[in-house]
Design a protein around this ligand. Structure first.
Ligand code: ADP
Length: 433
């Protein structure tokens, strides 16, 4: 380009000199040079006009020209071609993305920074009953008015999806999951979970039915075993040992069935909170007395409670969850251990901590502890009559109270189980509130 410019300047000077020489024959050297330069200027203006005309009709072939203008036209022409190809590739890619999203069975909805519907695929159209003509640009909360969805949308905490029946068909269960992107724009993914929900319900019903059906035969067996045990002294020693084992195992099975029933009740029944706030201090006192009885007073239980702090919830469920934690602390710590129950609140809400100074749990087990039937040490658990369902029950109870369980433990130092409850369930007696 630099060379071209140099050439063009030399040409300009050369032609101006030629004009001046020709003009000198008539004694008008300056006029001669001026005439030549005017002609050159007119030529450039003409080329500019040609370029302007061509740019207005970019599909036409570029104007023919030589030297500098020829290079300019060529350069623009090639730039245009490159742009055209890139545009074509981009629109093809966009079309493919749109086609593949249309083919998805999950619904996708793009929501702009104002919360208005921008684009959606066919599945979303069908799941939400959207219409391209009337709904584009409408606020999403105007179309999905269920308070649960509005809360989920406005909370902006989109870590977990929201499961809710479809507003078009109550029997259809939809899972809504929002992701934030760009400048406060949102992508809403909708999945039909009706089948999964049905299977889950079948599993729950199956477990509940089997547990329920096992209850009667087990009660009969346990009853007879108890009667036989009364006459155990009259039986040969070999039979006595068998009878003792049978009694232990039937008690264990009864415990297992009862925990399975508790779990399925927690999974299937509606949550019912007590009308009055629950006096947790009183509840903890009862549980610690039961725990002392279970330990034969061989453990030390300390209560550090805020007596004025109460909780709105379901007393039976909370008793079951807290007892599980305290009885575990008795079962899995050696005699002489100290168990501390703390009930307090802070800005985040109310908390119950069950801390022991027992042998602790290896870190690798911690995240599995709330899974059903998970036990750290099978042999120890069967000695203690453990089923592996206790912490699963605790987790479910807390979930129903919008809370969560936190477990920390150090081998050789002890474990700490904390139940966190939201501030909305907390209640302080008048002297503190
Ligand atoms: P289980 O009915 O076997 O007690 P849980 O779900 O209540 O079942 O507990 C799961 C496992 O967690 C137990 O098998 C036990 O190994 C471990 N565990 C629970 N609490 C404690 C504790 N305080 N100290 C040590 N280990 C514990």
């Amino acid at each position: 380009m630099k060379r071209l410019l140099q050439k063009e300047v030399l040409r300009l000077i050369g032609l101006a000199l030629l004009g001046a020489i020709l003009g000198a024959f008539w004694g008008q050297a300056a006029l001669g040079a001026a005439c030549v330069l005017t002609l050159l200027l007119a030529q450039h203006v003409w080329q500019l006009l040609r370029m302007a005309h061509w740019l207005q009709n970019p599909d036409d072939t570029p104007p023919e020209a030589r030297r500098l203008w020829g290079d300019i036209f060529d350069g623009i022409y090639h730039y245009q071609r490159r742009q055209k190809t890139a545009k074509q590739q981009l629109s093809q890619l966009l079309e493919r993305i749109q086609d593949s999203s249309q083919a998805l069975r999950d619904g996708i909805v793009m929501i702009d920074h104002n919360g208005d519907l921008e684009w959606w695929n066919q599945a979303a159209e069908q799941m939400l009953g959207l219409s391209a003509n009337s709904d584009r640009g409408q606020p999403i909360t105007y179309l999905l008015r269920n308070p649960k969805f509005v809360d989920y949308y406005e909370q902006q905490n989109y870590l977990d999806p929201l499961m809710m029946p479809s507003h078009l068909n109550e029997e259809r269960m939809l899972e809504y999951h929002i992701t934030l992107f760009g400048k406060n724009e949102r992508l809403l993914l909708i999945r039909d979970c009706t089948k999964m929900q049905r299977l889950e319900r079948m599993r729950q019903d199956f477990v509940a039915n089997v547990s329920h059906e096992l209850r009667t035969p087990l009660t009969v067996l346990a009853g007879y075993l108890e009667t036989f045990s009364d006459y155990a002294d009259e039986l040969p020693a070999r039979w006595q040992r068998g009878l003792k084992l049978m009694s232990e195992q039937s008690a264990r099975m009864e415990h297992l069935v009862s925990e399975l029933l508790t779990l399925s009740r927690l999974e299937t029944s509606e949550f019912k909170a007590e009308a009055e706030p629950i006096d947790i201090t009183q509840l903890l006192t009862c549980i610690s007395n039961d725990a002392l009885a279970l330990s034969g007073h061989k453990h030390k239980i300390q209560l550090e409670v805020n007596k004025l702090l109460q909780l709105r919830g379901n007393i039976n469920e909370l008793r079951s969850a807290f007892s599980n934690l305290v009885f575990n602390a008795v079962k899995y710590t050696p005699e002489g251990s100290t168990i501390t129950l703390s009930w307090y609140y802070d800005n985040a809400g109310a908390h119950l901590t069950v801390q022991d100074n027992g042998q602790g749990i290896d870190g690798k087990h911690l995240k599995f502890l709330t899974q059903r039937f998970y036990r750290v040490d099978d042999s120890r658990s069967s000695q203690t009559g453990g089923t592996g369902l206790g912490l699963a029950i605790v987790k479910h109870v807390l979930l129903r109270h919008q809370g969560r369980l936190e477990i920390s433990s150090t081998v050789g130092q002890g474990s700490c189980f904390t139940c966190h409850f939201p501030a909305s369930l907390m209640c302080l007696t008048p002297s503190q509130s």
